[in-house]
Each structure stands twice: as structure tokens, then as C-alpha cells.
Design a protein around this ligand. Structure first.
Ligand code: GPW
Length: 838
């Protein structure tokens, strides 16, 4: 660094960042005219967005630099959150709100001739994730920064995020999402690289001093380059770092011999093969496919991250035994499990530590979060695949397994079966590595993401590990959401109304303060404003529907919304069958009966994994039902069925605040937590749901009278499934009528829906659609009745919001910090009040 006596110039000229409208305008115009080489004569909204984003990006990086310096000097423990997915959405609005300068930007942009809403709209979502798991990681980053934890996210910089969804003839079509054309939010660090090895072979020998040396050699090298994304906290100068790795052929590897001898094409092909590693996000949610490229992604990212972390630790010159006091690594599901093996490899093969000492460091460092009990989502990698790609890691896995099984055998000498059941290696053909088991063995804590889920993993998939380790290794951290994005940003009017009653915006940092709203539950004026805001949000969604779908829906109707990944376990099919049932009922009614009905808009949205044929069939059915129902003159406004294309984070911000009812109707015991349930309730929507995931805890917090529950309980699911196959099983007769209606060709070619129907009617109805159908429809009728009493409906809405404090991701992060990471926040002295709370 620069010697002390020469630092004056630096201090004098180091930028401080804008705070006033004029300063903002100067920054934005400077960027538009120089960085972008545009002028006031050709500045469109995209250029204005770019200039604004660059101005805020500069603003963030000043605090980012200071935060990183502060954290380095403090020399305390850091959290590293390893996730293959970060579903960040847009950054500009969030940055403006978190640094408290949205009003400044709004007025500045108005001076320059733009509306801030139009400018925000220009940004492309950063969609580096599939669904709940990726968005949870993004909420956690927001909370860790807001709470001043020294925390880094580590992920992959995919060139293509989750695909864009279009609907053509009712079918989903996938369009690649190339999002990096212009991304002002990342800083390439061409000086921060890690060489990552694949393939090759393992050479074991004894050196001159008689020491065993293990060397992994002759592999193929791919270089990881860091791209840093600043993560601003709300109302604090802390700006944390999200480090995303991008793959490139290593410069040493680019074959100049080939190149010079005229094999130019093949040299370039090698280069492209390396770049393929970080090219595309796998679009599967709750499903693993065992593809080699996916395993390459996982190792590439784990190795780069671990070497980066170790490099940082080594600068502190501490003893290795202190590593777990400086480093906590959280594994977001099993995708980063190879990080466990890689750290053991670094310590034993590269740093020369004894096995046991190294393994003690490893297990004290890692924590593992499980997000599913669905068998098809539990990762297993074939032994031959790992053997070929990562020969040394396979040896280490076998060794880890050997020591683990030996310890189990010592403790349970008579239980031979137990050894087979807990073995990290499944003795199948081919043999498979069970990644969840490896993650458990290599971590000091394992957590589920909602109470029911954490209980289920202890009694089902990880039961034997509770026997081996005792129950204390397993814990629960119920998921949460950031109120900054999911209330303040998505629903600014509601946030403002709440602030007007509570006196300030402190509730955004301490969400339990929302309970101070309870006294207003019967306040007439407050209720009126509350209802008006909901209505305005519905109008906003209706406009979005008009713009994207080309037809109008009545904002006075009950908005019933189900937006999430399309999956049989989430049961969008139950919802659409219910809609068809309603349609049939309307058709059978007299005009007088119809007048008593509550008009309804059923909104669906969500992507299906490209290879998930049944999920695509469900999308197709929803669209075909919409085509028929929406133009049926018997129905008119009473029922509209809308499939919103390309559901993503920025659309969620429009959709969620507009719901009266949202659907969280997974088969009990299948949805680990769900997080959109929390987002909807926090925005004043009520929910219809099963006793699954976090719905159970939401009910406990807000009260049974404020939620519409239905369906079978998790503890009964197994028996019911058994009964389908071995009992005298009867389908629900109302559902059969729905099936007949479809089979008549009401919604086009009935053959298109054959498998969907027969899966339920003939092949065991694994997700219990028929068992829950009656209870579902009855509960929908209760909802219609309840909606007629708007006064009591609004009271339910307010009460629920007032009691949602528990579900902030700030609470989650504090629980992880206390119970798993053993880390305290870093005190920030110059904690400056947010300047203007906009
Ligand atoms: F299968 N989740 C997800 F566990 O969005 F890995 N994608 C996934 O691939 C998995 C889980 C995985 C979700 C859960 O389905 C949801 O219930 C939970 O709220 C969310 O992860 C965050 O914990």
C-alpha cells in the first residue's frame, strides 16, 4: 500500500459520493455523456437507467471499499454463504431505498426529463436462480448486510440465467436469458483468479524425508475469475460482497502449440469448453439430473471459493486450528458439498496437516441446510463419474466414509444394517455418492427450513443420523423474507401507511414492531386507507394483465393468485381443477343465482423445468381453460383465468401486493417451507393452504381465524397413499365430473391431458389431489362468503400483517449466527441514519 506520508492526495481526492439532488444529477449526466457517450439529444430511458445505475453503483462501491477495509481490520470471523443460486432480481430500486436516496434520484430524474418508475423498469432482472432456494439466498444477503455481519456470498456468474418463458398455443416455450449485455452492478476482478483442476490421476509416493505425498496431476486446468457484486444493507453503511465466479480456459492451458501449428479451431474449441462451465444455470427446481457439466459447475465453484477463503485466512497468519474461529461456511443445500472434500484436500494434501486435525477443522467450519425431503431432489453422483472428473476427491470421500463407518461400528457393533443405511456410498449399480449424507458427516450442524420440515428430516430421510449423532446436531431455522424488498419496495404505499401510524420506518429493521398495528384493526379511517391501497395494487396488476395479455379483468373481483414453480407437489393441478369445477357450477346456474356470486380472477404464474413434461401439461391445461372461460358470455366477469408469462422477481413485486387470496396448497409434508406464503401475508393478502411447511407457523402467529386451511395432514399421507393401491379406493365424484368435462374436449384435444388425469384416477394419485379436492372446494366457498364481508376481511388482513414480525429474514440470520455460525455483527461506528426514508 501507499506509504503513510504520501496518503494525503488520496484522502483529498477519494470520492465521497453524492447526497443531494444536484450531485446526483451531475453524476448521472457525467456517466451518460462520458461512460455511455450519449447526450441530451439521444438519451432514451435505457440510457437514463444506465446513467442512474452507474451513479448508484459508484455510490455503493465507496461504502463497499470501506466495509471491506473495516472487516479486514476487525479481523473477526466471517460468514461465507455458498449457493449455486442467487435470485437477486433488480438492483437499482433496492440500492436507492437501502442507501436512502430514492427521493433524491426521483427529483433528479424528473429534472432530467424522466419518471423514476420508467427508469427502474429498464433494468433486466438478475435471475441466477430457479425459485425459493435462490430467492432465500438473496434475502439472506440483504439481511446479513443490514445487520452488519461480515458475510460473503459465493456463487457462479452464469452467462444465461433462468430461461425466459413464453406461451405459444398454450405451451411453454423457453427463450435463453442472456443478461450480461450491460450490467453495471458487477466489478470484474481480473487479478482475482483461481486455477481449478479436473480429470488427471493421483500419484502417491514417499519423499526423501519418508513423508507420504499425494499429488493430483496431469489434469485439465480451468481458470475462475471473480466478479464482485455489491450488496447494500438498509440504513447502514455496510455493503457486503457477492462474489461470482466465471470460467475461462487458463492462459497456461490455451494451446499455443496447436494454435501456431494451424489448429486454430481446435484451440478455440478448448477455450469454449472451459467457458461452458459457467455458461448456464440448470433450470431444475427440486429435481436433480446427474449431468457431468453440473458436477463440473459444482466443483469449479467450490474449489474457487475455498481457495479464495483459505488465501484470505492465510493472510492473517493464524494457526490452522483457528480456521473455524475465523470462517463459517454455510452450504445452501447439498450443491456445494464438494467444498467439504476440497477443504480436507487443501489441509491434508497441500498444507500437510494430519487427517484427524484437518477433519476436526472441516467439521467445525461447515453447516448444512436441507431444503427438501423429495427423493427425486436428493443429490447422488455416480462413483465412476466422480472417479473420472475428480479422482483425488473420490479417494477422500471413501476415506471420510471409512472413518465415519468405523466410528458408527464402534458405537453400534451389533447393527450391521445401520452401516449400510448411513454409508455415504450407496451400494447400487453403479455405486452412488449420497451428497446429503456427506454433507451431514462433514458439518457440525444440519438444519431444516420450517418446523414441520425439520421434524420430518429427523424422522424420515436422516433418521439414522439422529441415532448416530444424537438430536442436537439437527436444528430448525424457519425461513424468512426481507421486508425491505417485499414490503417497502414492492408495496411503497402500504409501507408508508404503516410508517404513518408507527411514527417511523423502524419496522423495516425490526419487523416485530408491526404488532403496533393491532390497535388500528377497528379504526375506520385506517381500514379505508388499507383497503384503498389493496385496490390500487389490484388496479396496477390489472393494467399489467391488460398490457401483457391484451384483455381486461375487473379489479373489484376477488384476486386469487398462485405463482411459484410448476410442480406436481405444489398442486397447480388441484387449483385448475377447482377452477373448472367453479366454471361448471356457473354454467349450471340461473342468472339470478349468478348475481349472488363473488367475481373471481384466478391468476397463475410459474415456470416448468424444460424436461418436466407433466408440469408443462399443467401449464397447457391452465391456458386452455383460460381460452374457453374468458370468452364464455355465460361467465362474463364472474370468472377469469389468467396465466402470467415469465414469472420472476420483478413481476412478483407487482403480483404479490395485488392478491386477496393466494394459494399454498402442496400435499402435506412436501413443501419444506415456502416463502411466498410469507410475502403474500405481509402484503395484506389472506391465504388458502394446507398444513405444510411454514403455513403451520404462519397460522400459529396470525391465528386460525385469519387463514383458510384445508386438506389431509402430513401424518396421514403415507396411509392414504397405501390405501390408494391396496384399499377399495374411490375417486372423489366431483373431481370425476371435472375429468369427464375435460375428456369431452371442452378445453381442446382431451388426449393432451390424458396422463394428468390418469395419474390421479388410475395410477395412485401420489399427491392426493382427489383426497383433498372436496375440502379444497368447500374452503373456496368459505372464502367467497368471507369476502362478501369486506369489513371483517380487512380486519383479518390488518391483524395478519401486524403478526408477521417473526417471518423477517433478519430473524433467520440472527438464529443462524447464534446457533450455527457463532458470530456477532461487526459494530459500525459511523452508523448514519438513512437520510430520506423513501
Ligand atoms: F430441492 N427449494 C427450491 F431442496 O426452491 F434443493 N429449489 C430446490 O431445488 C430445493 C428446494 C431443493 C425450496 C423449497 O422447495 C421451498 O419449500 C423452500 O421454501 C425454499 O427452498 C427455501 O428454503
Amino acid at each position: 500500500s501507499i506509504p503513510e506520508h504520501m496518503r494525503e492526495a488520496w484522502r483529498k481526492f477519494s470520492p465521497r459520493g453524492f447526497t443531494t439532488k444536484e450531485e446526483f444529477e451531475a453524476e448521472a449526466v457525467k456517466h451518460i455523456e462520458t461512460t455511455l457517450a450519449r447526450s441530451l439529444f439521444n438519451c432514451d430511458e435505457l440510457a437514463a437507467y444506465s446513467g442512474t445505475a452507474l451513479a448508484f453503483r459508484d455510490r455503493l462501491i465507496i461504502d463497499w471499499n470501506k466495509t471491506q477495509q473495516r472487516q479486514t481490520f476487525a479481523d473477526q470471523k466471517r460468514i461465507y454463504y455458498l449457493s449455486l443460486e442467487f435470485l437477486m432480481g433488480r438492483a437499482l430500486d433496492n440500492a436507492m431505498l437501502n442507501v436512502g436516496l430514492k427521493n433524491v434520484a426521483k427529483e433528479g430524474l424528473a429534472d432530467l426529463g424522466f419518471r423514476i418508475e420508467d427508469i427502474i423498469e429498464q433494468e433486466h432482472d438478475a435471475a441466477l436462480g430457479n425459485g425459493g432456494l435462490g430467492r432465500l439466498a438473496a434475502c439472506f444477503l440483504d439481511s446479513m448486510a443490514t445487520l452488519n455481519y461480515a458475510a460473503w456470498g459465493y456463487g457462479l456468474r452464469y452467462r444465461y440465467g433462468i430461461f425466459k418463458q413464453e406461451i405459444q398455443d398454450g405451451y411453454q416455450v423457453e427463450i435463453p436469458d442472456y443478461w450480461l449485455d450491460f450490467n453495471p452492478w458487477e466489478f470484474p476482478r481480473h487479478d482475482v483468479t483461481v486455477d481449478v483442476q479436473f480429470y488427471g490421476w493421483v500419484n502417491k509416493y514417499t519423499d526423501d524425508q519418508g513423508k507420504q505425498i499425494v499429488s493430483w496431476q496431469d489434469g485439465e486446468i480451468v481458470t475462475a475469475t471473480a466478479y464482485d457484486v455489491p450488496v447494500p444493507g438498509y440504513g447502514t453503511p455496510t455493503v457486503n460482497n457477492l462474489r461470482l465466479w466465471s470460467s475461462k480456459a487458463s492462459s497456461g492451458e490455451f494451446d499455443f502449440a496447436k494454435f501456431n501449428s494451424g489448429e486454430y479451431e481446435s484451440a478455440v474449441a478448448d477455450e469454449q469448453r472451459a467457458e461452458t462451465i459457467s455458461a448456464v444455470l440448470y433450470p431444475n427446481d427440486n429435481l436433480e439430473r446427474g449431468k457431468e457439466l453440473r458436477l463440473k459447475q459444482q466443483y469449479f465453484w467450490c474449489a474457487a471459493s475455498l481457495h479464495d477463503i483459505v488465501r484470505r485466512f492465510k493472510k492473517s497468519q493464524r494457526k490452522w486450528s483457528e480456521f473455524p474461529d475465523q470462517v463459517a461456511i454455510q452450504l445452501n443445500d447439498t450443491h456445494p458439498t464438494l467444498a467439504i472434500v476440497e477443504l480436507q484436500r487443501i489441509l491434508v494434501d497441500m498444507e500437510g496437516l494430519e487427517w484427524d486435525a484437518a477433519w476436526d477443522i472441516v467439521t467445525r467450519t461447515f453447516g448444512y441446510t436441507n431444503h427438501t425431503v423429495l427423493p427425486e431432489a436428493l443429490e447422488k453422483w455416480s462413483v465412476p463419474l466422480i472417479q473420472n472428473l475428480l479422482p483425488r476427491h473420490l479417494q477422500l470421500i471413501y476415506e471420510i466414509n471409512l472413518y465415519f463407518l468405523q466410528s458408527v461400528e464402534r458405537r453400534f457393533p451389533k447393527d450391521r444394517d445401520l452401516l449400510g443405511r448411513v454409508s455415504i456410498i450407496e451400494e447400487s449399480q453403479p455405486k452412488m455418492v449420497r451428497m446429503a449424507f456427506l454433507a451431514i458427516v462433514g458439518s457440525h450442524k444440519v438444519n431444516g427450513v420450517a418446523e414441520l420440515h425439520s421434524d420430518l428430516i429427523k424422522t424420515t430421510i436422516f433418521k439414522d443420523f439422529v441415532k448416530v449423532y444424537g438430536p442436537d446436531k439437527f436444528t430448525n431455522v424457519t425461513n424468512g423474507i426481507t421486508p425491505r424488498r417485499w414490503l417497502h419496495q414492492a408495496n411503497p404505499r402500504l409501507s408508508e401507511l404503516i410508517a404513518s401510524k408507527l411514527g417511523n420506518y423502524e419496522f423495516l429493521k425490526d419487523l416485530t414492531l408491526l404488532n403496533k398495528l393491532e390497535p388500528y384493526v377497528d379504526d375506520k379511517d385506517f381500514k379505508k386507507e388499507w383497503a384503498e391501497i389493496k385496490y390500487a395494487n389490484k388496479v396496477r396488476l390489472a393494467q399489467h394483465i391488460q398490457k401483457t395479455k391484451g384483455y381486461s379483468v375487473n379489479p373489484k373481483a376477488l384476486f386469487d393468485i398462485q405463482v411459484k414453480r410448476i410442480h406436481e407437489y405444489k398442486r397447480q393441478q388441484l387449483n385448475i381443477f377447482g377452477v373448472i369445477h367453479r366454471y361448471m357450477a356457473i354454467k349450471a346456474m340461473s342468472p339470478d343465482e349468478r348475481k349472488k356470486l363473488v367475481p373471481r380472477v384466478s391468476v397463475f404464474g410459474g415456470k416448468a423445468a424444460p424436461g418436466y413434461w407433466m408440469a408443462k401439461t399443467i401449464i397447457h391445461l391452465i391456458n386452455k381453460v383460460g381460452e374457453v372461460v374468458n370468452k364464455d358470455p355465460d361467465v362474463g366477469d364472474l370468472l377469469k383465468v389468467v396465466f402470467l408469462e415469465d414469472y420472476n422477481v420483478s413481476k412478483a413485486e407487482i403480483i404479490i401486493p395485488a392478491s386477496d387470496i393466494s394459494e399454498h396448497i402442496s400435499t402435506a409434508g412436501t413443501e419444506a417451507s415456502g416463502t411466498s406464503n410469507m410475502k403474500f401475508v405481509l402484503n395484506g393478502g389472506l391465504i388458502i393452504g394446507t398444513l405444510d411447511g411454514a403455513n403451520i407457523e404462519i397460522t400459529r402467529e396470525i391465528g386460525e381465524q385469519n387463514i383458510f386451511l384445508f386438506g389431509n395432514l402430513s401424518e396421514d399421507v403415507e396411509d392414504l397413499r397405501h390405501h390408494h393401491f391396496y384399499g377399495d379406493y374411490q375417486m372423489n365424484p366431483e373431481l370425476l365430473k371435472v375429468f369427464d368435462f375435460i375428456k369431452k374436449g371442452t378445453f381442446g384435444d382431451e388426449g393432451a391431458f390424458g396422463a394428468l388425469i390418469s395419474g390421479i384416477a388410475e395410477h395412485g394419485d401420489y399427491y392426493l389431489v382427489s383426497d383433498d379436492f372436496n375440502s379444497y372446494c368447500q374452503t373456496q366457498d368459505l372464502i367467497d362468503e368471507a369476502y362478501k364481508d369486506q369489513d371483517s376481511w380487512v380486519s383479518k388482513s390488518i391483524t395478519s400483517v401486524a403478526r408477521m414480525g417473526f417471518f423477517t429474514s433478519d430473524r433467520c440470520i440472527n438464529e443462524y449466527a447464534d446457533g450455527i455460525w457463532n458470530i456477532e455483527p461487526l459494530q459500525v461506528k459511523e452508523e448514519n441514519e438513512v437520510r430520506s426514508r423513501t
